[in-house]
Design a protein around this ligand. Sequence first.
Ligand SMILES: *Cc1c(COP(=O)(O)O)cnc(C)c1O
Length: 351
Amino acid sequence: MKFVPCSFRKPKPTPPLGFGRYFTDYMFTMRYREGEGWLEPSIEPNVPVSFDLATSIFHYAQGVFEGMKAFRQPDGGLAVFRPDENWKRMNNSADRLCIPRFDEGVAEEGLEELLRLEREWVPEGKGTALYIRPAIIATRPALGVHASSEYLFFIILSPVGNYFGHGAEPTKLLVEENFCRAFPGGTGEAKCLGNYAVSLKAGELAARQGFDQVLWLDAAERKYVEEVGSMNIFFVIGGEVVTPALVGSILPGITRKSCLSILRERGYRVSERRISIDEVAEAAESGALEEAFGTGTAAVVAPVGLIRYRGHDYVVRDGKAGKITQMLYDTVTGIQNGLLPDPHGWRRRVL
Ligand SMILES: *Cc1c(COP(=O)(O)O)cnc(C)c1O
């Protein structure tokens, strides 16, 4: 791995950090060229990079990304939460976008070296972390519509605070019936750039009405719940913990997967199945909807306090976090922060 030292030191930001506003001094990069494959990676100063405006990523969005976090440990060390899962998913996303697969060991080694170099940037304090953003973008400067012959893989780091600015305040969701995020045969289960571009409009209209996120329904029937803006969704209905099954148009979240493991180990009744928005609404009306929460790396486990569907506001638990929501939040963050045992080996120590 090449190393290009920085001639600068950016000032460390002071809280509140927000999400993804500050970036560290160094980045990891690795280029791909057809015929040569992935070339020698390097760690170099994180400075603006220039591209020809014909570069294909700007036109056809052939790109994928990931999101994970590194956490300060009680002994001053550093651990990343399940990075192997992110690399595996990133390669799956790459496959879907015709991007050549990369060596997951090389990515992990690069990440760990970058983190050791940037360890001073890991914030301290509850709810904070060093957010890790790997991405691959198509870099061939040509307008022909086909897979690129050149790519740039990079990792940048950003110290972050709590994802939703207002702390543990429950999330307000607006059920979206006009727009869709993903459809059968589309790219819903890939973490690709276009998925977010497509979802911005609905998100903006929902925000204007005072909602935090959109609750997406399936594209074919507009009947089954899929997920939330950047989170997977769970409901607790009459003692059963339900999350939509991964049908191809839903992003297979690693927080989702971790929560399912924790719930099953603790003996909860858990189902991954189709769940219609009518079932959720009826459960809310009858009082059977005990809890609702979203899961994702950025927010970890976020309670849902209100769901608006066809003009009706369904309030969940008077807008307070439920017991299962709180248990999952405490367990996942406890493992991440090194405050709880790690029976599954989810913490990857880098320091
Ligand atoms: C990344 C993402 C999630 C959450 O996945 P995690 O691995 O838990 O962070 C959920 N939905 C969408 C659309 C995403 O992009």
